[in-house]
Structures are given as C-alpha cells and as structure tokens.
Design a protein around this ligand. Structure first.
Ligand code: NAG
Length: 329
C-alpha cells in the first residue's frame, strides 16, 4: 500500500473516533488493510441511498495465510494432557494449531475484528485424542465445517454426534449452551473451520443441527450448506438466524466454477485445500481483479461481481465461502 493510502487510512480511523491507539499500529494497519471504515466515512453525508458505497473499493482483498495469527495454546487450557514427546500419528507438536482470521482469545487486532456479521473464523487442527473440554457460548450462530478427520460434539441440549469430512454442524447459542468438541480418533488429526456469526436478535432459544458430508453434493459445483431461516427459497441442511450463507465447492484440477456475488453483498472466501485462481469481474464498472489462493489463504470479495474459481492445484481445490449483506464495518 502506498504511503498516502496509509495516511488516508489513519485519517479515516481517527475520523471514526475508534482509534485511541491508532498511531501505534500504523504500519500494521496498512498491512492488515483495515480500510473498510474509510470508504464509508468518505461518503458525503447527503449521498443518496442508491449510491454504491463501495464503487471505489477493490473487488478482492486477499488475506494471505502467513498474515494470520497462529495460536498454539497450552494443552491444560482446555483440559488436555501434555503433548507426547513423540507420536507418529501427530502432524503438529502441539495438540492444537489454530489460525485465527479475526480477533479471538489471546489475539486482538482492531483491523481484523470482523467482516460484516462474520465475527470468528478459526481454522483448527486438532491432534488425535485431543479436544476442547466443555465450555459455554451465548448469542452466537456457530457453524463448524469439517475438512478432515472426525469431530465429536456433545452439548447441554443432550446432543452427542460424530461427523466426518464435509459434514457441517451448527448451534444457535442464544440464551446459552455448553458443549465440548473432540477428536476421539487415535490415529488421525481433525481439521475443522469454526465460524461465528452475530445473530439478528439476542436471547434466541438454543438449537442444534447438522448434516453428514457428501462429496457429490459439492463436486464441481457449489453446495449451499447454510442459509437464513428467513430465506424461503433455500432448502439448506442448516439454517441460521442471520442474513448469511455458507457455500462450499470441490473442483477437480482444470475445472472452473462461477458464483454471482450480487450488488450489496460481500463474501469471505477461504481456500481449504489445493489451489485456485480467483477472478472477480464487475460488469457495471468494467473492472476485474485476480488473486491466487492456496490452502489457508482467504480473500474478501465485494459485489456486484462475477467470481470465477479456476482449480489450479494438481489435487484440485476445496473452497468455502461465507456470503452476506455488505456492511461497512
Ligand atoms: C436464498 O437461497 C437461495 C437458494 O439457495 C439462494 O440462491 C439465495 O442467494 C438466497 N438468498 C439470500 C438473500 O441469501
């Protein structure tokens, strides 16, 4: 980012009055690309509602894997025994390796506090016979997508369930639930993506739901896994109390797939496995942008744009997208 953009960014942060310590992370703020607030604060107050507030914004904003905060918490924090000094089945020295896309636990970054209603995205790798002991949640819509391995969930609503790869489960935490999440397998690690979305209203009745994974459903096409309870045209296995959707696809090498990100919508896209070249094209402005994503890379995308994913990895690509109303956060 150019120096003047940094200055503009800082000015914006100050204008928004939410940067008591804005001066400290100036360089970081630019790297972390937190200009979401800027575009809106630059809008004239009299701007008509029909004006496109993001007209001058990039169609894509990459979040490279190496920019993510990596958390490797002490095993005792979640009630686990010590890490083994050596175990041939372990793929990481610590029981958990968690990549945080947004501020979470010990990670605080005002530039990455949330994206629209998406407040948490943790990409968790849990080693064999390890997991998260019982802990509480409230007032969040929590969706967990399993990339590999098996996740065993148990909660205070009486649910106990083990789901394998491509499975998804959700909880409306609402007034409060307690649950645990474990990898009970003694030879395979478990990788899952946990997403928290802010619900449209507080103190909802707790709820649980899930879907068993199905490769065919998402092979070389988009599968709509999560929709808004208010979306009457969606027959997704999971419904949440928010205007947000989760879509997944697995493309073979050389295949392409498009997704229409409509006007007034935005998406947070995570490359789970493999590699893809993503092109975003805006018919309205005649502009386009392109990013190459490999496993663990993410990108923000802003509609209206046609998103074309080309699978470039020799093992294809596995992509997860959280699509939602655009929000100037
Ligand atoms: C509602 O669900 C349909 C069917 O999957 C989907 O195409 C549409 O984008 C959803 N609408 C919203 C506003 O998310």
């Amino acid at each position: 980012m150019r120096a003047e953009s940094c200055l503009v960014l800082l000015a914006c942060i100050c204008l928004l009055g939410r940067a008591s310590s804005a001066a400290a992370p100036a360089a970081d703020a630019c790297v972390a690309d937190s200009a979401r607030g800027c575009a809106t604060s630059e809008l004239p107050a009299s701007s008509p509602a029909s004006a496109h507030p993001y007209a001058t914004m990039a169609l894509l904003r990459k979040v490279p894997a190496d920019s993510l905060f990596v958390s490797e918490p002490d095993p005792s924090w979640f009630g686990n025994g010590p890490n083994p000094s050596s175990n041939p089945h372990w793929t990481n020295k610590n029981w958990l390796k968690s990549r945080f896309h947004f501020s979470f636990a010990e990670y605080h970054d005002r530039a990455r506090s949330q994206f629209g209603v998406l407040r948490v995205m943790n990409d968790d790798l849990v080693q064999p016979v390890r997991g998260f002991g019982t802990h509480p949640h409230a007032n969040m819509e929590i969706c967990t997508y399993i990339v590999s391995g098996d996740l065993t969930h148990q909660d205070s609503m009486g649910t106990r369930e083990t789901l394998g790869p491509r499975g998804i489960q959700f909880m409306t935490a609402g007034t409060g639930v307690r649950h645990s999440e474990f990898n009970t397998d003694d030879t395979h690690p478990l990788r899952f993506i946990q997403m928290w979305m802010v619900p449209r209203s507080r103190n909802l009745e707790p709820n649980y739901g899930s879907m068993v994974g199905d490769r065919e459903r998402q092979h070389n096409k988009w599968a709509h896994l999560v929709a808004d309870v208010k979306n009457t045209s969606a027959d997704t296995p999971v419904k949440i109390n928010q205007d947000a959707n989760i879509w997944v696809t697995e493309l073979d090498e050389g295949k392409e797939s498009t997704f229409e990100l409509r006007e007034g919508r935005q998406a947070y896209i995570l490359c789970l496995e493999g590699a893809t070249t993503l092109t975003a094209a805006s018919a309205a402005s005649g502009t386009s942008a392109q990013e190459k994503l490999v496993a663990h890379d993410a990108t923000q995308a802003f509609g209206a744009a046609t998103l074309t994913f080309a699978a470039t990895g020799s093992e294809g690509v596995h992509v997860l997208m959280v699509e939602m109303a655009a929000a100037p956060l």
